[in-house]
Design a protein around this ligand. Structure first.
Ligand code: NAD
Ligand code: MG
Length: 304
């Protein structure tokens, strides 16, 4: 393991974003999907040692899918430190990553709920909402963030099974979970969906994944218009390249991992800690006039 990740001051401290975090080249580091944070080199920063809350989500109840690692882990840490109780969903194989997040939420003095299960299963998605609402005592914030990405060079290499699993995880689960959540959401509630730069700049080796991220944008925009009259907001976050297990566990070829983030104007991948404040903003009342919008964090790549 290289020790490239510098100790960070809190998220408000002024720094040069070019040198704030590790830059490529990175070592090859293959691991099997869904991957674990601990096999990443350098280790990602989810804000464990740096995120400082200021009561922006006091008393809120949040469910985050894909909350064990990566962007979802960073959002879970930030939400808890901002005063929210947090339930996380993840695959059963990710229990050890998830337990670290549970411990971090509890260390922030908030209630933590672990809800493992497979998002490609409609019945599980419905149960997930029932369990989250029961354990948290309601639901104010829903972050649809769990996702599947498997790079393939050719359309000939994409099996129907892969295509189906990518759409079930990224799109169907979004529909099933949002539908089940809606009866529980009150005015002021916020839904945040994780899209991607891939919605606007699809890579040739992400032929099944990129369209799911475009679908998430359209779903976000349509649902936002539908539920605005209920005082419920729906927005999307579009990350550029972020340093998470999704990428080395089949999301990209290992050659791309070595140069990951070099294509951005900032010249490096984003760290999950750098996008968590966007999820906080969209969950909080500070973003009360924003709905149906897509917020990008791409290191300067254009969401055109
Ligand atoms: P990650 O691997 O840390 O998180 C993805 C999570 O999805 C996994 O931890 C897993 O818990 C969950 N997941 C996958 N399949 C599942 C299933 N069938 N059932 C339940 N959970 C399942 O990686 P991440 O990059 O933090 O991914 C979070 C979101 O960000 C995803 O939607 C991804 O598409 C999106 N995104 C990531 C990047 C990036 O560069 N890392 C860029 C744009 C968008
Ligand atoms: Mg994970």
């Amino acid at each position: 393991m290289s020790d490239q990740t510098p100790k960070q001051p809190n998220q408000s401290t002024m720094q040069n974003p070019l040198t704030q975090y590790p830059q490529p080249p990175f070592p090859k580091q293959p691991q099997n999907a869904p991957g674990t944070v601990h096999k990443m080199d350098p280790q990602p920063d989810h804000g464990e040692a740096s995120y400082q809350g200021s009561g922006r989500l006091t008393g809120r109840k949040a469910l985050i899918t894909g909350g064990d690692s990566g962007i979802g882990r960073a959002a879970a840490i930030a939400y808890a430190r901002e005063g929210a109780d947090v339930a996380i969903n993840y695959l059963p194989a990710e229990e050890s990553d998830a337990q670290e997040v549970i411990a971090l939420i509890e260390a922030a003095g908030r209630k933590a709920v672990a809800l493992p299960g497979d998002l490609t299963d409609e019945a599980f998605c419905q149960q997930l909402i029932q369990d989250a609402v029961r354990e948290l005592g309601g639901l104010d914030i829903l972050v649809n963030n769990g996702g599947k990405q498997t790079a393939q060079d050719s359309i000939a290499d994409i099996t129907t099974e892969q295509f189906d699993a990518t759409y079930k995880t990224n799109v169907y689960a979004l529909f099933w979970i949002s539908k089940a959540a809606m009866p529980h959401l009150k005015p002021g509630a916020s839904i945040i969906n994780t899209s991607s730069i891939q919605a606007r700049q699809p890579s040739k080796n992400l032929l099944d994944y990129a369209p799911t991220k475009a679908a998430i944008v359209a779903f976000t925009q349509a649902l936002a218009q539908q539920v605005a009259a209920q005082g419920i907001r729906v927005n999307a976050v579009a990350p550029g390249p972020f340093w998470t297990p999704l990428q080395p566990s089949g999301g990209q070829p290992q050659e791309t991992i070595q140069t990951f983030g070099s294509e951005t104007p900032l010249g490096r991948p984003g760290q999950p800690a750098e996008i968590a404040p966007l999820y906080v903003f969209l969950a909080s009342q500070e973003s009360s006039y924003s709905t149906g919008a897509v917020f990008a964090s791409t290191g300067g790549m254009l969401m055109v």
